[in-house]
Ligand binder design. Structure first.
Ligand code: SF4
Length: 217
């Protein structure tokens, strides 16, 4: 078999996509970041025909190039919550407005192989939108986010994703120094609200795009 790792993950992703569909998510598995971008721009966006669109913090979303592509999107209103030129108050206001967008795009901290999404948020705008508000949500997930079960998901988030995200965001938390969680009381703590999305309700509201590359934290 050529490219055994890609082939291995192609089979694994197909299994996870089937498990997600069983849980009422819509799911697709693609081979690369470029294929994920094409799927969103050429299939999902025309089908969903959103009148407004926004997104939550996700390195995978940025890596696809969708952020740059969608900033220029002319199909309706764009609520840019990453805009470096916006003040903190303006960003907060945009995050609130994003909860009413027709379409919200984000990543996930972990994804269990039986098809559930596990997330831990600082502000809560990302898990808020995942749970309720936007009519449709697209979740972009690299293959490294797949874990066996809920315990492994929480373990992954507290031992890898949260400390690494705290480092990425230049937080003054103990995990930045030790690369492990200290259940801190820091004002900079990025770990505030957990969500476990066991099923998509209504059916198909959350569309998961599984990408056969290691992406994000
Ligand atoms: S609770 Fe604090 S120490 Fe633990 S991962 Fe989150 S920010 Fe870091």
């Amino acid at each position: 078999v050529e490219r055994p790792i890609e082939n291995y993950w192609r089979i694994r992703l197909a299994g996870v996509a089937a498990a997600l569909e069983k849980n009422n998510f819509a799911a697709a598995a693609v081979s690369s970041l470029a294929a994920a971008k094409r799927l969103v721009l050429e299939e999902l966006l025309p089908r969903l025909a959103p009148k407004s669109i926004s997104w939550g913090g996700s390195m995978t979303f940025t890596a696809t190039g969708l952020y740059d592509a969608l900033k220029e999107w002319t199909g309706g209103r764009v609520i840019d919550t990453f805009d470096a030129a916006a003040s903190d108050d303006e960003k907060l206001q945009r995050r609130r407005e994003a909860l009413l967008a027709d379409l919200f795009i984000t990543g996930t901290n972990a994804l269990t192989q039986d098809g559930t999404l596990v997330n831990l948020d600082m502000i809560g705008n990302r898990v808020g939108a995942l749970t309720f508000g936007p009519k449709a949500v697209i979740v972009l997930a690299g293959r490294n986010k797949i874990v066996p079960d809920l315990n492994a998901a929480m373990h992954r988030i507290k031992t890898v994703a949260a400390p690494a995200n705290a480092m990425r965001l230049d937080k003054r938390t103990p995990c930045v120094k030790t690369a492990t969680c200290h259940a801190c009381d820091s004002p900079d703590r990025i770990c505030n609200t957990w969500t476990i999305t066991e099923k998509s309700f209504p059916k198909g509201r959350i569309q998961v795009v599984l990408i056969n590359e290691p992406l994000g934290l």
